[in-house]
Design a protein around this ligand. Structure first.
Ligand SMILES: Cc1cc2nc3c(=O)[nH]c(=O)nc-3n(C[C@H](O)[C@H](O)[C@H](O)COP(=O)(O)OP(=O)(O)OC[C@H]3O[C@@H](n4cnc5c(N)ncnc54)[C@H](O)[C@@H]3O)c2cc1C
Length: 304
């Protein structure tokens, strides 16, 4: 049996987590293409919330996605036109399916939405600049809010270092879709978020868990993942305003602030990641029933 050739572009959290899951499927041949030759310690910390941990657990076991693999084979689908990847060296290769996990300035996003789409490039939806500092404090002080700036602190290396991120980076306007036929984007490429919800990597891992479950069923992926991941992007913007004392009366009302944080933490962290995978099966089955041929290439329909 010839294998389905999957190209994962980008070896960050999203790309590597997805590849680790896909590499266990015997009917797939998975290649990860990463632009940089070496990962460096930039002194930044990452908090992985409960939804991230659950998504990683779903990427572990092999048996859970057998059903989907069998469904796909039973219908005898053939892959459509291959995708060509061109490298700066002048070399190129082909893949049956391209999964772009290439971060904020994503080539895959530009390919899917078009280079001129208003949601293709990052925009500043927060503050002007972000600077990483490494103070000598060792105590965990998660967030220092304030009207003229706020600092996010994450303890590193078992509380022997503290990473403090000041202010922000850009995020994207919401993409109207995450995939088209045999190309999909995931992680920051699909839904880069301001860091205030501490959930960008977690959302990348949720993407990887769903894509790992349904493999190349792009319609199911976008139907299930777009609403939730874009809600988290909106939430991060709102949290940024709360930290800056700029959210409508929140600063003067500690009880309201506390209730808001509890509700938002439940929304991101206590999410049922496994049910999300099962939910993706509905549209996936539909696509197998023939009303949508997810594999035949046609240009994406853009909406503003
Ligand atoms: C200061 C800061 C703090 C954060 N804190 C948290 C947190 O506490 N919790 C949390 O969940 N999230 C957090 N995040 C967000 C999280 O880091 C990101 O959401 C996550 O790293 C996104 O992973 P990714 O794999 O999608 O993208 P990236 O990590 O950006 O990886 C993309 C990869 O693709 C490669 N690439 C790019 N273009 C190409 C190309 N053309 N060809 C090949 N390779 C390419 C890049 O070199 C890179 O390795 C934080 C982010 C920042 C900046």
């Amino acid at each position: 049996m010839s294998k389905i050739n999957i190209a994962v572009v980008g070896g960050g959290i999203a790309g590597l987590a997805l590849a680790a899951g896909l590499a266990k499927k015997l009917h797939l041949s998975v290649h990860v293409y990463e632009a940089v030759g070496e990962y460096l310690d930039v002194g930044a910390g990452l908090a992985l919330h409960r939804n991230a941990i659950r998504a990683m657990a779903l990427l572990g076991p092999e048996h859970k996605d057998e059903l989907v693999a069998k469904l796909g084979r039973a219908k005898g689908r053939k892959s459509g036109p291959k995708i060509q990847l061109k490298f700066v060296t002048g070399m190129s290769t082909f893949a049956d399916c391209l999964l772009g996990a290439d971060g904020v300035p994503s080539v895959t996003r530009s390919y899917l939405l078009g280079p001129d789409h208003p949601a293709t490039g990052p925009k500043n939806h927060g503050e002007e600049a972000r600077k990483q500092i490494n103070p000598t404090w060792k105590t965990s002080v998660p967030i220092l809010p304030g009207p003229s700036g706020h600092i996010n602190c994450t303890p590193l290396n078992r509380n022997t270092r503290l990473s403090a991120g000041v202010a922000v980076r850009d995020d994207h306007d919401h993409a109207p879709f995450y995939s088209c036929n045999n190309v999909a984007m995931l992680g920051d490429a699909a839904h880069a978020s301001l860091p205030f919800a501490g959930n960008g990597a977690a959302q990348a891992l949720e993407d990887a868990a769903v894509l790992n479950y349904i493999v190349t069923a792009q319609q199911a992926f976008r139907q299930v993942r777009r609403p939730r991941s874009q809600s988290v992007v909106d939430l991060a913007r709102k949290l940024g305003r709360v930290y800056a004392f700029a959210e409508d009366g929140m600063h003067g009302d500690p009880m309201r602030t506390k209730a808001f944080f509890a509700e938002m933490a439940a929304f991101t962290n206590d999410f049922d990641v496994e049910s999300q995978n099962h939910e993706a099966l509905g549209p996936f089955r539909q696509s197998l029933e023939g009303d949508v041929d997810a594999r035949v290439w046609s240009p994406p329909v853009l909406s503003n």
